[in-house]
Design a protein around this ligand. Sequence first.
Ligand code: FES
Ligand SMILES: [Fe+2]
Length: 350
Amino acid sequence: MQANENTFLRNVWYYALPSHQLKPGQMLTQTYLGQPVLLARTRSGKVFALHDICPHRAIPLSCGWFDGEEVQCCYHGWRFNSAGRCTEIPSLMADQEMALSRFDVPQYEIRETQGNIWIYIPEQDKSKAKPPQFDIPTIPGFADQPPNLVTTIRFPCFIDHAVVGLMDPAHSPYVHRVWWWRSSQLNDEIKWYDPSAYGFTMRRHKMADSMGRIYWLIGGAPEAEIQFHLPSIRIEENATSRHRVCNLTAVTPISETETDVTFAFYWTLPWGWMLKPLMRYLISAFLGQDRDVVAKQQIGLKTNPILRFIKDSDTPARWYYQLKREYAQAMEENREFVNPVKSEQLRWRA
Ligand code: FES
Ligand SMILES: [Fe+2]
């Protein structure tokens, strides 16, 4: 059983946005975990993130101007550099001295890797804020290559329901009922899972041909491995003797009621570009079905129910909540994270 409570995991990296959405000299505003964040890329290409509220009179800094180096507030022209340092208060006379550091804006740590921007969200209470505990997981074999295709869809729910919905192995025959994905007949599924860094991994296995009619495009049924990593990162590798198609799904809490799901594809298919329009359509259709079902779920969640998890099809969801709780506790108690997942064979029908 799982109480229906909304607790954000902090002191972790979240997916912020695809790199190509932020060009040199540009800034934009986004909300993460209910907090407004200004994201900008300097002329030299470095991405930075600041709390998007002017410390003077609370106007979003993103309403102002960015010259490629510094942000200037649109109300009284105060200036801030990429570290959040206040560098100028134009209304001060030459003889009016003031320690500008009193007005610094909180800065967020940012990493950019494989065409994605990640943001580190620490605990709000400064005494509980920790430095990053882990490296952002990357797609193996693609060096610093950006994704071939990336799409983001907003789900109208708290992050947990998006994550659990995406890792749930029993919903496909009901939610993804489309001819190109699979038949409606239920099959026995047996998969091994092992603990892995800050999460768990579905052991590498040969995909059944019946799993999808699109596999012939990449040279037959691939071997697949699916990894889940806290807070909400799923990496799927599919490899045949000829090609590799990998997928990063990253879930970002925007607020308690909105969550972004980003689906980034990496492939070695030389003709993959031809598939892009079709893939874009299929991903939107597929993720749209996941979004629509969690939208319906909101009706029931308003009654604040206890959620019932069953074996084995809800075991990954249970692990997700256990991992989240353990991580938060380990941070709270200043100790090493101990992965609560044990190797296990899971069996379900889907
Ligand atoms: S509100 Fe930003 S400078 Fe006054
Ligand atoms: Fe789904």
